[in-house]
Design a protein around this ligand. Structure first.
Ligand code: SDX
Length: 461
């Protein structure tokens, strides 16, 4: 699959281009008629037998509905990390972790990577169908004309420590959008705020970077595409206009598509949990950015490059590092490897690895990224033959190769997770909207198994 020669958008006569109503955020009922079943799961407890109903998904996966478990049996379930717990029904993204399948609204990630653009994918995730040409043009224009930030943000960024990591800066700035747009949430204002979020996130991200490097923010321009605008805001400065390489804008567009959604991961579940209290859109997105920052989640892409650079600057031995990653007494971990859901290859890593080769062929083997890519491929080759990784079904995930491409684009390491957040934003928005429109919507409030002190009187000293 030639990622580089990616056309922008499915053929217009494609039968997939269902015409979606132009009303704001009309969420298409893309939930296929979900198959039902009379099948039940049987639970025997306390001398009684309980029949628990099953729910069947459109891909045939089944879940035990425990909605009445506590009232019927007095029992709750216990599943730290929620590895066996479905939190919602969703029609947005499907992952088959055993088969290495990822689809957005039914479309394979490989085809969207090949044919689509990030804004087209953002529309698809939010509306449920691919946009017609006029809709995509209208959406792109709305986004373009909302990329500027209120001028007060200059003082906002200026008030922060100059060496602040861009992720908390972005989380704070996105949360602060709620102070600039205070209208009560309804269909109309939510539509406007979704546009504002998607439009302003690159401007916030670039400003957080400019703040970090002590340069003035660069204002967006309306004559540039989404990714070209971002790259210019990142790399232009008052002394020198940035010379955009169209290849870099295309590479970034692909990276954003691959990060756009991933069903109920940690940050998306955070967005849903915060949203379940009916907190506003900006507050929920800010919580998603904060959750994504964690090194076990989106922060892993920064850790991967730091790992590769440490190997390159050290003894360069991939073999020795893999041994350390297996050693329980060593804190080293093969960052970018392993996944809660994928127990075979992460299709995004497969696409990114192939794209690394293509983009490095274009920018030349002397680029520092080329050395890091060589080390990454060697680590993967060794790990995939090593019983420790094979037995635990640990494969490269989306973070393993993405940093090599970000570095090839000149994006600094501490901005990698910010790039992940820009990509994931439409997915968080789509999931938040789906939750807010779910007829079963209710505030999230898990139970616990209490293991603390039992009742004891206060004895006055
Ligand atoms: C993302 O959920 C999503 O969809 C997330 C994401 C998305 O798009 O939103 O895909 C993005 O977050 C990708 C993951 C990025 N994180 C990393 O690359 C960090 C390194 N990976 C791990 O820390 C780990 O694999 C997780 C966090 C990704 C998954 O953790 P799990 O499912 O809780 O698995 P685990 O930590 O219990 O690991 C199981 C075993 C353990 O060994 P044993 O206890 O069986 O002896 O595998 C080992 C772990 O020690 N293990 C690793 C390892 N990952 C797991 N050992 C060495 N190196 C690793 N990378």
């Amino acid at each position: 699959m030639e990622c580089l020669e990616r056309d922008q958008g499915l053929p217009l006569n494609s039968p997939d281009r269902a015409v979606v109503s132009s009303s704001p955020l009309q969420i298409m009922s893309t939930v296929r008629t979900v198959p039902t079943t009379q099948e039940t799961a049987e639970l025997s407890y306390g001398g009684k037998t309980f029949q628990l109903p099953l729910i069947v998904g459109s891909e045939g996966e089944k879940a035990v509905d425990i909605g009445k478990l506590r009232s019927q049996t007095g029992l709750i379930t216990f599943d730290p990390g929620f590895g066996n717990t479905g939190a919602c029904k969703s029609a947005i993204t499907f992952i088959d972790g055993e088969a290495g399948i990822l689809r957005y609204r039914g479309y394979p990630i490989e085809e969207l990577a090949q044919h689509s653009s990030f804004l087209e994918v953002a529309w698809l995730l939010i509306h449920g169908e691919l946009p017609a040409k006029a809709q995509l043009e209208g959406f792109a224009k709305e986004v373009t004309y909302h990329t500027m930030l209120h001028e007060n943000f200059v003082r906002f960024f200026g008030a922060l420590p100059k060496d602040a990591h861009p992720m908390p800066v972005c989380a704070a700035a996105v949360g602060a959008l709620a102070t600039f747009y205070q209208e009560a949430e309804n269909e109309e204002t939510i539509h406007k705020n979704v546009i504002r979020l998607i439009a302003k996130m690159p401007t916030i991200a670039a400003s957080s970077y400019k703040h970090f490097v002590g340069q003035p923010s660069v204002y967006p321009r309306n004559d540039l595409s989404y990714c070209a605008n971002f790259l210019r805001m990142m790399f232009s400065n008052p002394c020198e206009e940035f010379q955009l390489d169209p290849l870099h804008a295309k590479a970034l567009d692909l990276l954003l598509i691959l990060h756009a959604d991933h069903e109920q991961n940690c940050s998306t579940s955070t967005v849903r949990m915060v949203g379940s209290s009916q907190a506003n859109l900006f507050a929920c997105m800010s919580s998603g950015i904060s959750a994504l920052w964690g090194p076990l989640h989106g922060g892993a892409n920064q850790m991967v490059i730091e790992m590769l650079e440490a190997i390159a600057q050290g003894d360069g031995s991939a073999e020795r590092f893999v041994q350390r990653a297996k050693d329980k007494n060593d804190t080293a971990r093969l960052m970018g490897f392993g996944h809660r859901v994928y127990k075979s290859h992460d299709p995004r890593a497969v696409i990114l690895k192939r794209y690394c080769s293509e983009i490095l062929d274009r920018i030349g083997p002397s680029h520092p990224s080329a050395r890091l890519f060589d080390i990454a491929r060697k680590l993967e080759e060794i790990a995939l033959k090593d019983e420790y990784f094979v037995s635990r079904k640990l494969y490269p995930n989306v973070d393993f190769y993405s940093g090599v491409i970000y570095k090839a684009l000149g994006i600094p390491t501490n901005m990698f997770t910010v790039m992940f957040a820009i990509g994931r934003l439409p997915g968080w928005v789509a999931q938040w909207l789906e939750m807010r429109r779910d007829p079963d919507f209710r505030i999230g409030r898990p139970r616990q198994v209490y293991v603390g002190a039992t009742m004891r009187p206060v004895t006055p000293q």
